[in-house]
Design a protein around this ligand. Structure first.
Ligand code: G4P
Length: 537
């Protein structure tokens, strides 16, 4: 076969792909926006399809349903849809009670993100945390300010809040006209089009009403005279005060284009999606330990960023979510599983369509495939056709919640140990062994992770255990270039130190204040919020 031809085909497929996640605080409208995006992409036919999953999820968070007892997240992890010829992969970021380390780690597998801000609330804590993760790779962010049909904060106040809390410059691409009961629509500053709002709006393919000059007298009739005047003033102010949209600044994560709308009413979503496919980056290069890997390289490569247990108790298999970084995936292909030094055949990988899974015949960089396995794959594992690579940037995140494990049957200590090792490798939980004593401490980013761990220990390892709160709330991995200084630090802080499941030294303490205190006292010690998984020494 002509290799030049393959490259061109590969390039064509790569250019069609956009892989992203939505970051938001619970209730800002992520489920609603997801549903509208899937509707525009023709992946679902009616509203409510995603919602019903959300209801199911809410229920599982309230009580230990069968799924939860087995430790399974029922969230739709990856939704693939097409829009205007683009193949879009939307990765779910579990955000309610199922908020977990997965939520963070999913962001390591996307090329860009859409941030939803509730116009009445501004920047909320979960958004702030997720943005911190996006910052690690300078992920480009598009902002959607939602719920304009309700009374909210003034747009410029929201910008100030975003710029202040998230350190990213806002550049409006649309501008709202009023809000709440007086919400009339948005003016597209680039296309100079007016989109008039109506509840249950259905967007037109030919765009809005062209108003090239805001002094156009028609404007007074389309919205009210006072609102037209306000819009003129606002646009003049924006032109004077805000920098123009700069693609490079957006792509390196320092500037965010902002759209206004009302997801529940379909309003402003199409404008955002149209811009998204134009400016969201195509799958880019990824950093591996030895070198950067370009997506256009014909040799297949990728990494695992999430593992989900199977719903079927008779089949102990798991699905590893695998992001393709280069080359083409073909059903049945053989790849090297480098951590195990073994060749494996990918014969029954799954691709995730919006609502169902199907067997995948071929897939390309940016795509996510699901690989069935029996516990042989762990988070961060790299597979390639040949070259020994280890992709970086799929870390463990410092836990914020801690529990002590209480084993009910002491005879099961070995099984507990085995189970916790496996579950920590799958990213379900983190396990720490303090340097003093023989207690085991579990660490998690979301509290549901503890229940999931206990349920899975019981179902899969026949271990009956419970957990109990411990007085800890901060963990940091520690390192130091100077061995001697590290030794002294270890000696003086033995009671606050533990080893994680990979033997990495971790400082555990009760508060951010105590952490600050330690950081001040030990300026040569580096306190890390993330730790690269199984990075070879
Ligand atoms: P989430 O996934 O980010 O948690 O948010 P979700 O989409 O579930 O939305 C949270 C609530 O906000 C929902 O109301 C939803 O209907 C509402 N919402 C979303 N977008 C808009 C909008 O543009 N305008 C207004 N006014 N509301 C919006 P709920 O009462 O919690 O649920 P439901 O009873 O509507 O299903």
């Amino acid at each position: 076969m002509n290799t030049e031809n393959i490259d061109k085909l590969l390039l064509k497929e790569i250019r069609k792909r956009r892989t992203f996640a939505i970051i938001s605080h619970p209730d800002a409208g992520k489920t609603t926006l997801t549903e509208k995006l899937l509707l525009f992409g023709g992946a679902i036919q009616q509203a409510g399809a995603v919602k019903s999953k959300k209801i199911a999820r809410a229920a599982t968070s309230d009580f230990l349903s069968i799924e939860q007892e087995r430790g399974i997240s029922v969230s739709s992890s990856v939704m693939k849809f097409n829009y205007q010829g683009y193949e879009i992969n939307l990765l779910d970021t579990p955000g309610h009670k199922d908020f977990s380390e997965d939520t963070y780690r999913v962001l390591t597998a996307v090329d860009c993100a859409v941030m939803i801000i509730d116009s009445a609330k501004g920047v909320e804590p979960q958004t702030q945390k997720l943005m911190e993760v996006c910052r690690m790779r300078n992920t480009p962010i598009i902002t959607f300010i939602n719920k304009l049909d309700r009374e909210g904060l003034e747009p410029l106040d929201i910008f100030e809040d975003i710029e202040d809390k998230l350190q990213i410059e806002c550049v409006p691409l649309t501008w709202p006209i009023g809000m709440g009961k007086r919400f009339k629509g948005v003016y597209n500053l680039e296309k100079k089009e007016l989109g008039l709002f109506s509840p249950g709006y259905s967007p037109k393919d030919d765009g809005g009403i062209l108003i090239k000059d805001l002094d156009d007298i028609r404007l007074n009739g389309l919205i009210s005279e006072s609102q037209a005047e306000q819009l003129r003033e606002d646009v003049e102010l924006i032109d004077g005060a805000s920098d123009p949209f700069d693609l490079d600044l957006y792509l390196n994560g320092t500037q965010t284009p902002v759209f206004f709308g009302s997801a529940i009413n379909n309003f402003g979503v199409k404008e955002m999606l149209d811009a998204f496919v134009q400016i969201a980056p195509v799958p880019g290069k990824r950093t591996a330990l030895s070198r950067d890997v370009e997506p256009t390289e014909t040799a297949f490569s990728g990494f695992t960023f999430k593992i989900q247990a199977n719903m079927d108790p008779d089949h102990r298999d798991r699905i590893a979510f695998f992001r393709i970084c280069s080359g083409k995936f073909v059903k049945g292909m053989k790849v090297m599983h480098h951590r195990l030094g073994k060749e494996i055949k990918l014969s029954n990988a799954t691709i995730f369509m919006a609502r169902e899974r199907s067997n995948v015949e071929e897939a390309y960089p940016g795509d996510i495939i699901g690989i069935h396995n029996h516990g042989t794959i762990k988070i961060g594992d790299t597979f390639t056709t040949k070259e020994k690579l280890k992709f970086l940037g799929i870390p463990s995140f410092a836990p914020e919640h801690f529990r002590r494990v209480i084993l009910k049957d002491p005879m099961k200590a070995k099984s507990l140990q085995k189970g916790l090792v496996q579950l920590s490798e799958e990213g379900t939980i983190q396990v720490f062994r303090p340097l003093i004593g023989n207690m085991m401490i579990l660490g998690a980013v979301g509290v549901l992770q503890f229940d999931v761990t206990m349920a899975r220990l019981k179902a899969e390892y026949k271990v009956n255990a419970t957990h109990e709160i411990v007085d800890l709330s901060v963990a940091r991995w520690v390192s130091c270039d100077d061995e001697k200084k590290m030794k002294t630090f270890k000696q003086r802080n033995e009671s606050s130190l533990a080893l994680d499941s990979e033997g990495c030294l971790t400082f555990l303490t009760t508060s951010e204040y105590q952490l600050g205190f330690a950081m001040e006292a030990w300026p040569d010690i580096v306190f890390h919020k993330t730790r690269e998984i199984s990075r070879p020494a």
